[in-house]
Design a protein around this ligand. Structure first.
Ligand code: GLN
Length: 486
């Protein structure tokens, strides 16, 4: 039998239909891969495929996702297992309902097999801030998988699931996707319901998708996108058929590059990016230099706004309404302090303090108010650029995966890995990271493509062109090899 774990969603559907293999065969292959590979990677916080075995035997739905196992970041709630956000404060929490995305995937016949590791409350860029230990990179297990959706990206890269859901506030799907050599999409703000996603920074948060290919991503997006009465920020715009026309190529597309943002990049990242641009040019794209002057402020603005909103959102974890409750409180004030003090990890506390400070009277205008004004400038700069171009291209990250422990003691250095990704969240536009090959050390790099609001279809079309020319998505990381699967 061919290696089931390498098959695209289209190949799987065709194989099921022809009777080459059954849904149960495929689920067994996935379970075996998780059993073999997960101990070295730690992509999951919770695996349980037992509930899905019956549905796998005879999926009721038809379509590209019927009978397909998937995983979700553990800040997306699902019935039947824990949701921890990789935090001790949520120990023992079980959701009484499914997030809308989970419910839509289940209706399409998909099978949730596990919940993925993340930086605590999605705050981080390496998954080292998980209270349950880091996820390791399948390309080199001495290195991080990126974050905060490191578990989701590593699970897909290591062939443990064909797709996974993550969440994005400032790059948390695209950055780990890039570091793990898979595709990560952050859709337009409002394209996907966030009902059941634990909030980090509400004006930035969006659920994202990790797959190996653009077409697989198109199928998942078509299934989960669209208005949801439970989420007032979800858009009522009609949902595209994202796979339709995906082979139309890039001829005539205007692809913008921002020269000033490329200065200072390590040589291997720069060469990788130049090669990627050459591929787009060879397909008939027109390369245009544009300037986005406010882009350089993205990190400063992002970390003020994200932390300010986080400090408000995380107030609900107080030991009374939600979360761990300290056993020796004494009085009410101490109950709050002790429960939060015991439950939250260091990075989350740092964010709450920074965010509370940025919002405090006397400093509000100097920090939060000013950040919001620069955010408005960024929106205007992007709108202006998108009059001249269809797609903006940058590297996804300044460099490949770093060593475990390398940046964890230096928050600012860690924050800088979001330099190319945070702008799309601040502006609300969609962006995708596509595998673009490897640096000198054999670590994956990513090409980031950004388009204007609701242009996901265009992004996936360009991604499909690029990946079909280069084929990097076919490479399999060493940690995904098992005697059984190779
Ligand atoms: N790395 C960023 C942060 O630490 C982004 C997180 C995210 O997108 N959830 O805030």
């Amino acid at each position: 039998m061919s290696d089931l774990l390498e098959l695209s969603l289209d190949d799987l559907s065709a194989g099921f239909q022809r009777g080459d293999f059954t849904h149960s065969d495929y689920l067994r292959a996935i379970e075996q891969q998780i059993a073999d590979v997960e101990p070295a990677i730690h992509a999951f916080l919770h695996v349980d495929s037992s509930q899905t075995r019956d549905s796998a035997r005879s999926p009721e739905a038809s379509g590209p996702l019927a009978g397909i196992p998937f995983a979700a970041k553990d800040n997306i709630v699902a019935i039947g297992g824990p949701t921890t956000c990789a935090s001790r404060i949520l120990a023992g929490f079980r959701s009484p309902y499914d997030a809308t995305v989970i419910q839509r995937l289940k209706s399409a016949g998909s099978l949730l097999v596990g919940k993925c590791n993340l930086d605590e409350f999605a705050m981080g860029s390496s998954t080292e801030h998980s209270a349950f230990g880091p996820t390791l990179n399948p390309w080199d297990t001495s290195r991080v998988a990126g974050g905060s959706s490191g578990g989701s990206a590593a699970a897909v890269a290591a062939r443990m699931v064909p797709f996974a859901l993550g969440s994005e506030t400032g790059g948390s799907v695209r950055q780990p996707a890039s570091l793990c050599g898979v595709l990560g999409l952050k859709p337009t703000y409002g394209r996907i319901s966030r009902f059941g996603l634990v909030a980090f920074a509400s004006s930035l948060d969006q659920i994202g998708i990790v797959t190996r290919t653009a077409r697989d991503c198109a199928y998942v997006l078509s299934t989960i996108a669209g208005h949801d009465p439970h989420d007032s920020t979800s858009s009522t715009d009609a949902v595209d058929d994202y796979a339709e026309g995906i082979e139309d190529g890039v001829k005539g597309l205007r692809v913008g590059i921002v020269a000033e943002s490329l200065n200072g990049l390590p040589g291997s990242t720069r060469r990788n990016f130049d090669d990627a641009i050459a591929v787009l040019r060879s397909g008939g794209a027109e390369i245009v230099e544009v300037s986005v002057p406010s882009m350089g402020h993205a990190i400063a603005v992002y970390y003020i706004i994200a932390n300010a909103e986080a400090s408000a959102n995380l107030s609900r974890f107080d030991g009374l309404r939600f979360g761990h409750r300290s056993t020796e409180p004494g009085n009410l004030k101490n109950l709050y302090m002790a429960s939060r003090g015991e439950g939250f990890g260091a990075e989350v506390k740092r964010r709450i303090m920074l965010g509370t400070f940025a919002l405090s009277s006397g400093y509000y205008e100097a920090y939060y108010g000013r950040a919001q004004r620069i955010r408005a400038m960024m929106r205007a700069d992007f709108a202006h650029a998108f009059q001249r171009i269809d797609i903006l291209a940058t590297p996804t990250t300044p460099s490949g995966a770093f060593k475990v422990g390398e940046k964890v003691g230096d928050p600012l250095e860690m924050y800088l890995s979001d330099i190319f990704t945070a702008p799309a969240n601040l502006v609300g536009v969609p962006a995708v990271s596509v595998p673009s090959g490897f640096d000198g050390q054999g670590l994956p790099l990513g090409l980031q493509l950004t388009a204007s609001h609701f242009a996901e279809k265009l992004l996936l079309r360009a991604s499909h062109f690029y990946e079909s020319q280069t084929g990097f998505y076919r490479r399999r990381p060493p940690a995904a090899e098992t005697s059984w699967s190779s």
